[in-house]
Design a protein around this ligand. Sequence first.
Ligand SMILES: [Zn+2]
Length: 134
Amino acid sequence: MEKQVQSEGVGPEILAEWLEQLKEKLNVAGEGPKYVYVHCFRHPPDRHPSFVLHKSKFYGFDFHDGRAFSLKELAEMLGVTLQGERKDVIDLGGVQVQPLFNGLNRKIHPAIGTVDGTAYVSVCLPCSNGRGGC
Ligand SMILES: [Zn+2]
């Protein structure tokens, strides 16, 4: 039951928002301190709620087959577009980097090289890591 699902690389406040978004799409039967009890959308009809959302660990769990789902997986299955999902963020060795394409580029001498007959030019994009720098 306490299977850990990989966190989504976003903060808990965003995960809490996603949980609310998913609750709107699910047939919620009740709510406890830790779990939201839901009629399973994977195995309808589900008279006694067999699916839960963990309210602080942010995953879904289906008691029918013991499978756990991340909020992103649930959103995909339910056709929900999660608010604030960052499609423009690049993971660079565990650091979330967001390239900025808003014309703040500066002229920096590019590095040019040839590998196996193909020329490569490095492009510098100003980035934000959410903490005011890169
Ligand atoms: Zn189920």
